[in-house]
Design a protein around this ligand. Structure first.
Ligand SMILES: Cc1cc2nc3c(=O)[nH]c(=O)nc-3n(C[C@H](O)[C@H](O)[C@H](O)COP(=O)(O)O)c2cc1C
Length: 195
């Protein structure tokens, strides 16, 4: 069990539209709030508005808002201040879709999450990515490599969730979130990164 405190840590917590992992990620966000962190929730536009077989968007938004005690940032305009105006200590993107990873790695910032990442990364601030993507080991492998070259970008350790049916898929291991964050705050990547 993780026992350290994250008291006073200002965390931007961004959800992308990997609908099947939203619930798991939310549990970790709750944990971080419980450990004293101030959480600033961010959602990609699809996460904010799309119902899926896993979540009802309006219900998920309410739970996130209630847990963080803050409004959700869900537009480019509202994410832009996470640059020098209202900097975060850490940005956690969990889950990070292949779509958002590709955009961030190429410097595209056309949504709330990618804009928050651009604003945050311009100052090389700590960023932790929990990837969940069926093309992580095909089209998005170069995106992982590009992000690993960034100073202060770290990944939650990840694994192949179904090597035979989903040969290119990787999913983050959410049970390592607090340890990975703790390591990232010490400028270390929790290893092994691929489990
Ligand atoms: C039910 C459902 C589950 C999805 N799961 C994933 C996923 O786990 N990983 C992923 O990269 N994309 C997934 N997608 C596709 C993304 O939602 C899609 O690429 C979307 O444009 C991502 O937007 P965002 O990155 O702005 O959140 C899923 C889509 C649906 C409808």
């Amino acid at each position: 069990m993780f026992t350290k405190s994250f008291e006073g840590l200002k965390i931007g917590y961004a959800f992308c539209a990997s609908f099947c992992t939203l619930e798991r990620s939310f549990s970790e966000m709750e944990k971080l709030v419980g450990l004293g962190a101030s959480v600033y929730p961010i959602m990609s536009e699809r996460t904010y508005s799309v119902d899926s077989r896993f979540t009802v968007a309006s219900e998920f938004r309410e739970r996130v808002k209630r847990c963080a005690g803050r409004e959700i940032v869900a537009s480019v305009e509202d994410a832009e201040p996470f640059g020098p105006a209202e900097p975060l200590d850490v940005l956690i993107i969990a889950p990070c879709t292949g779509n958002t990873l590709a955009k961030i790695s190429l410097g595209i910032s056309d949504g709330a999450v990618s804009m928050a990442a651009k604003a945050h990364l311009r100052a090389d601030r700590v960023t932790l990515i929990a990837l969940s993507s069926n093309d992580a080991m095909s089209r998005n492998l170069p995106s992982i490599a590009r992000m690993l070259e960034h100073k202060a970008v770290y990944f939650l350790p990840m694994r192949q969730d179904d090597p035979s049916k989903k040969p290119h898929s990787l999913v983050a291991d959410y049970s390592r979130m607090c340890d990975a964050l703790d390591a990232a705050l010490r400028s270390e990547q929790l290893r092994p990164i691929f489990m």
